[in-house]
Design a protein around this ligand. Structure first.
Ligand SMILES: [Zn+2]
Length: 244
């Protein structure tokens, strides 16, 4: 009886170990796939002209873990590879990686903690967003696509020193439940359910800033009617939470 009981325990133990190995392999495969997507996004932000090769940073949340993958500090988006990326725990400690993580990792972590719906964060120094950021001007809802895709106004966050907890807190406050926020005297931060959607938000935010700055040079842009904003905001929640 003793021997049979030991055998059952051993078999059950083996099954448990095998399951753990399989689930770890599956989790590792997901992380590898996400890292490849971060690299693709690095190339996209650089080749599209959204930001300089060493400016800005990109991250994505690792599902079901309190961790994110983030780009290294001050390293070219044109040459970043999977092996250059870092995994950072939500307590700020480094889980894996050899390079120093982006100095803005606190800002990325703060957004993930405040917004469970956000799966990816892209911070750039795109030109027209910076024009408004240095003038500390927000962008009111004045063109249709900014409401359903970004959630309405692109607010200007209060100033915080680069890399500081103050900047992180101000960015979260300015972002609210929307998908883009201007960072005073610095740049812009955009979010999405995944990297593709965060990139789309970054592109729309820069386009919106460009149209707004240009419109201001020839007149005074007319804001969207309140009822149109209300209607389009209801679409925002659906679009924000869909995977594509
Ligand atoms: Zn920056």
């Amino acid at each position: 009886m003793v021997r049979r009981s030991s055998l059952v325990v051993t078999k059950a133990g083996n099954v448990g170990v095998e399951r753990n190995i399989m689930s770890k392999k599956k989790a590792d495969a997901i992380v590898t796939e996400l890292k490849k997507k971060v690299v693709e996004t690095c190339r996209a932000v650089y080749t599209s002209g959204l930001t300089g090769k060493r400016a800005g940073n990109i991250s994505t949340r690792i599902p079901n873990r309190d961790q994110m993958i983030i780009t290294p500090s001050h390293y070219g988006h044109n040459k970043t590879e999977v092996g250059d990326l870092l995994v950072v725990n939500f307590d700020g400690s480094l889980a894996s990686g050899t390079r120093p993580p982006s100095s803005e990792n606190r800002m990325h972590l703060a957004v993930y903690k405040a917004r469970p719906d956000v799966g990816a964060v892209i911070h750039t120094h795109s030109a027209y967003a910076c024009v408004l950021a240095v003038n500390r001007m927000s962008i009111p809802p004045f063109i249709d696509e900014m409401v359903p895709f970004l959630g309405g106004e692109i607010a200007i966050a209060d100033y915080g020193m680069p890399g500081s907890d103050e900047l992180a807190a101000n960015a979260v406050k300015g972002l609210g439940d929307r998908s883009a926020v201007l960072l005073a005297n610095h740049g812009v931060l955009c979010t999405g359910k995944n990297l593709e959607k965060a990139l789309e938000a970054a592109e729309i935010a820069e386009h919106t800033a460009k149209v707004y700055v240009t419109a201001l040079t020839i007149g005074k842009p007319i804001l969207l009617p309140d009822d149109a904003v209300d209607l389009q905001k209801s679409a925002y929640g659906f679009l924000r939470d869909s995977a594509d």
